[in-house]
Ligand binder design. Sequence first.
Ligand code: ATP
Ligand code: MG
Length: 779
Amino acid sequence: APAAPTSLLNNLNPEQLAAVTLPSRPALILAGAGSGKTRVLTTRIAWLIQTGQVSPAGVMAVTFTNKAAKEMLTRLGAMLPIPVRGMWIGTFHGLCNRFLRAHWKLANLPQSFQILDSQDQLSAVRRVIKAMNLDEERFVPKQVTWFIAGSKEEGLRPRDVQVRDEQSRTLAAIYQAYEDQCQREGVVDFAELMLRTYELMRDQPALREHYQRRFRHVLVDEFQDTNRLQYAWLKAFAGPETSVFAVGDDDQSIYAFRGAQVGNMSDFEREFHVEQVIKLERNYRSFGNILDSANALISHNTRRLGKNLRTEAGPGEPVRVYESTSDYAEAQWLLEEAQQLHRDGTPRSEIAILYRSNAQSRVLESALFNAGIPYRVYGGLRFFERAEIKHALAYLRLLENPNDDTSYLRVVNFPTRGIGARTLEQLQDAARATGRSLYQSVGAVTGKGGANLAAFNTLVDAMRDNTRGLTLREIIEHVVQASGLADFYRNEKEGRERLENLDELVNAAEAFVTQEGFGKDAVALPVDEHAGAVVVSPGTIAEGDPPAVARTEQAPDAETGEIMSPLAAFLTHAALEAGDNQAQAGQDAIQLMTVHAAKGLEFDCVFITGLEEGLFPHENSLSDYDGLEEERRLMYVAITRARRRLYLSHSQTRMLHGQTRYNIKSRFLEELPEAALKWITPKAQAFGSGYARDYRAAWSSGSGRGSAAGAGEKTLAPKVATSEGVALRTGQSVFHTKFGEGVIVTLEGSGADARAQINFGRHGMKWLALSVAKLTPVD
Ligand code: ATP
Ligand code: MG
């Protein structure tokens, strides 16, 4: 192999070194968590470039999450003395977006096509079902959405869907109508990004040849989780000369429920004629107790390809297991533990809180929020999915494309403009009859409603005119004012926080512009001699005429119309990264995410919460063997995220979907080696009779770590504030024996579950169980 600066290869063990420097042939690395797969993949890219075997433009690398892609770019940037930002490294969706931006004409899309996130998609499907006069009970929008996404992931268009009966015939018809609607509105959903890219590569020989020649090296991380379409997509990019380098771990396959196929690994081995599968067996991430726990757990699975993991790091600290009485007590304990870790020197960004289901995050978030601890949620319903942000984004999207009916409907009467449901129905009928967009059909509606619609169109046009030539920041500021959103929230009771969020949107845009270099001089990469295609910063891609002979564009060129505007790029970013909480960009924050979203990442300290039967393993998996094995792999992924310290917690009761559930602890806890664990709540604690007592202790002792603090107080206050006692209301002042005077902020639940969130000033915000807490009204 060509010589490389030794520093690059210095810190690799012999197996890793062999993998990094493999000859340019298809290769498969099959290895367990933390064994350096991602590191090998990243180092290989750097090595290939540094030894002159390929130019940066000749490499494509696929990762699973935006966060992982960013980390890869950062690591590469540190290894290579060249700008790496323009490289084709990203998620499947991110790369497809980029591809379709470059070939929008060929792909039959408008240049400024927008991406539907899952909420938009659901409402789009709902509109279709309504327009077809179908019963939402029989064709449940969510299930229809799954059906459409599932079909696309199988590579099936409506005409390919197997029609067996009336039901499937109607489903296919809905799918067709949905596609027509998306096409008309110039929007694509996530699965469409993949499928359309794949079809373009399949059906356009010139384009295919171009990319096959261009990408000499295609590298895929987390290969075990590719689905059929993604695998076909990879094959489309792999030409006879392409070397595909895949890394994966069958024990971490966690997307079977979405069609991922571990079988892709053996298909790959066979179809690409992989000569030798490389295994890595040394784990560099975690201490012994953590790794022992992971190994013991996964050994309960039967369907494995079989590999071992060892570490030379020593046992380290025991894995801590905590039992709490309620989800609130769990959250309280957790945030105090996290604060302690932080005080002891762990950066917040090195503390991760993982949960099985998104619904768990609300309690955790509110505890962190009330305690004023910075946190960041990945992959959940956060910043870009908040109503006020979506309203603002909808206006912005209409500036880019007034025919985007989803956005049109979202804000045409928000803030209210006297446009009622009847008017909108007329408008939709007219649009349907002529196949035009809502915006284009306004003339067909008469009377006052029609006039109001026309006024809305005029408003959108005026906003577009008035923002021409402005910076992204100025555009957003203008739109927030001119749309009436700012006034609306200013007059709303709870509007302050929403206004602040809208300000944050401006900040997010600003951060985006600076990070992505929009408007700044974008850096061009060296030209690949085979392709001549050069990509500048993300989104600023020259459109390739068929066949795709791209040009070397140095900077966005507004005249040719070939390059996305900063606004369009920002809107794409918002859709792709919904869930990344930009509000706290740059701040050191605790990381919250589902286990699925944590794949491939690592943290010094990890909390895995909600280890209860029915939650983790999830109840949907309990009746089926494959499902249970997948849950166990998920747990394996969760455990192996931790470097130094791991906490596992479970709770006796939990509010989920509006109901209190009484839980028994997860079987996964029983599958861990006792020697590696430390139970930090006494196992023998008398919870049965002490439920209330312990609940209170969790709050009043401040640490929630034992039940002693509240044990002495057996009797409840005479004026106990239960549902049948004193009626409490929000805003009321109350007195608590321990925390003093406070004001009730929130009241939730009833009977034994009633609880209140109370601001105790110096003692901070607390959640109290009303059946337990001694509260006396003050006024
Ligand atoms: P996962 O399966 O969770 O994605 P992985 O196999 O991709 O894990 P990496 O994330 O690449 O593993 O590596 C795990 C950790 O071990 C990283 O912090 C990495 O820097 C470190 N590491 C890997 N190889 C070595 C090595 N040879 N020397 C020192 N540290 C290493
Ligand atoms: Mg990895």
